[in-house]
Design a protein around this ligand. Structure first.
Ligand code: UD1
Ligand code: CA
Length: 455
């Protein structure tokens, strides 16, 4: 079987009340349409055709990729009309229709649906709903065979009582499509070309309509407004939490945990409340993440500990290293094994060697710190002169006293020490002590100033 996928994404989404086209609204950090495309790709189709209309430019700009064919639908004349726009680009033998605002559809469900399609059979995804208001209803004959879909607005009272709704997702033999599309009419309550009318046509042509259901109705839930968007978000997060827990992660509270990207995890990982994982995050065995941490595009090796309220981005934390509470690792931060970053420490493009420590109130930018070196509290690398950035390079076993300013470019060699309060501007050689501060003077009999009396 070869497959073409058509994703309908031309609608405006008025109820979102937004300048952003509906399908670009995010669920878990990715646009709804992005989620649908991601699922579509996993089916390895010949082509993915995205029908765009409202906000077409923006949608195309945001999602452009070599494997996507964007098809313009100038006027939104209905779902049938939308699919017809993609018709000239269809070359496979099977066509699957998906929706840019139905982001949680599972690949496994689509595979079950596609398994039903042949030259003589359509696959239709339906869902049983307590309240199917607004949905097209699945009409079956006495033998239970599907004969048609009737839209809510066109349905009789008896048809409105049907609880089986049309999800809109269907898969059809492509050979018939051109013929069916050509026969669609807009003679109905909404004056639209309904894709759903192909069902009755297929039955009239002697094809069978086979149905499948999603395991979870949320898979086929669309988002028409922000409330539904938030429901999809919560559902996605719950699903992701369950996946991670099944892999060996303890979540202190799955309801207070968010994933906005792609996370891989090891075993015996502990994640406290209000943690957000963004982008590509790799978490190895025995990692512990404290409450209120944001971790983005980072790798946490075995046994890493991140304490409360830390912000970690674009960092690699080596085995047994730790950061926080209140640590900030910015892009290019690398901690080798057992390195330690304490509270109110910021790193940017900084490499801490094995066992190196920066315990308190420090900024290390564009810096190379050797193994076992210790950076005193309040130390700042002065890496920027207002025009250019410079590096601070430190050997192994260096000891930087508290409250140093290290004016880059500067090198402090292995085993060197700097005195507290120093402003280091010159290279320090191995084993030397650098003292770069004003010498202390003590003045005897000092008289403190007195308050000036007001007249
Ligand atoms: C459609 C189905 C209905 C089903 C429901 C499920 C039809 C005629 N009806 O109804 O049976 O129960 O979905 O939610 O198909 N779109 C375009 N171009 C258009 C029209 C729509 O791209 O010209 C897109 C919309 O952006 C939207 C999707 O297609 O993402 C569905 O369109 P909509 O008009 O919302 O269909 P429903 O009335 O919900
Ligand atoms: Ca709809």
């Amino acid at each position: 079987m070869s497959l073409d996928i058509v994703i309908l994404a031309a609608g405006q989404g008025t109820r979102m009340r937004s300048a952003l086209p509906k399908v670009l609204h995010p669920v878990a950090g990715n646009s709804m349409l992005g989620h649908v495309i991601h699922s579509a790709r996993q089916l390895q189709p010949k082509g993915i055709h995205v029908v765009i209309g409202h906000g077409a430019e923006l949608v195309r700009d945001r999602l452009a990729a070599d494997d996507l064919n964007f098809v313009m639908q100038d006027k939104q004349l209905g779902t049938g009309h939308a699919v017809a726009q993609a018709l000239p680009a269809i070359t496979a033998d099977t066509v699957l229709v998906l929706y840019g605002d139905v982001p949680l559809i599972e690949v496994e469900t689509l595979q079950r649906l596609l398994a039903k399609v042949s030259a003589s059979q359509l696959g239709l995804l339906t869902v049983n709903l307590a309240d199917p208001t607004g949905y097209g209803r699945i009409v079956r004959d006495e033998q239970g065979k599907v004969t048609a879909i009737v839209e809510h607005k066109d349905a009789s009272e008896a048809q409105k009582a049907i609880k089986e709704g049309n999800t809109g997702i269907l898969a059809m033999p492509a050979a018939r499509l051109a013929d069916w599309m050509g026969r669609l009419s807009n003679n109905n309550a909404q004056g639209e070309y309904y894709l759903t009318d192909v069902i009755a046509m297929a039955v009239a042509d002697g094809l069978v309509v086979a149905t499948e259901q999603p395991h979870d109705p949320m898979e086929v839930q669309g988002a028409n407004d922000r409330r539904q968007l938030s429901e999809l978000e919560r559902h996605y997060q719950l699903r992701e939490s369950r996946r991670l827990m099944a892999l060996g992660v303890t979540l202190r509270d799955p309801a207070r945990f968010d994933v906005r990207g792609e996370v891989t995890v090891g075993r015996d990982v502990l994640i406290d409340i209000n943690v957000i994982l963004e982008g590509k995050v790799v978490i190895e065995d025995d990692v512990q993440i404290g409450p209120n941490c944001v971790i983005k595009d980072s790798t946490l090796r075995k046994g890493v500990v991140i304490k409360a309220n830390s912000h970690i981005e674009g960092a690699v934390m080596g085995e047994g290293s730790d950061a926080g509470p209140f640590a900030r690792l910015r892009p290019g931060s690398v901690l080798e094994a057992r390195a330690h970053v304490g509270n109110f420490v910021e790193l940017k493009n900084a490499h801490l060697g094995e066992g190196a420590k920066a315990g308190h109130l420090t900024y290390l930018g564009d810096a190379q710190i050797g193994a076992r070196s210790n950076i005193g509290a309040g130390t700042i690398t002065c890496n920027y002169d207002g025009a250019n950035k410079f590096r601070t390079v430190m050997g192994e076993d260096v000891f930087i006293g508290s409250n140093n300013s290290l004016v880059a470019p500067v090198e402090i060699e292995a085993g060197a020490t700097t005195a507290a309060g120093s402003t280091i501007t010159l290279a320090v050689e191995p084993g030397q002590l650098a003292v770069a501060r004003a010498r202390q003077r003590n003045i005897d009999g000092w008289k403190r100033p007195e308050k000036i009396k007001k007249s």
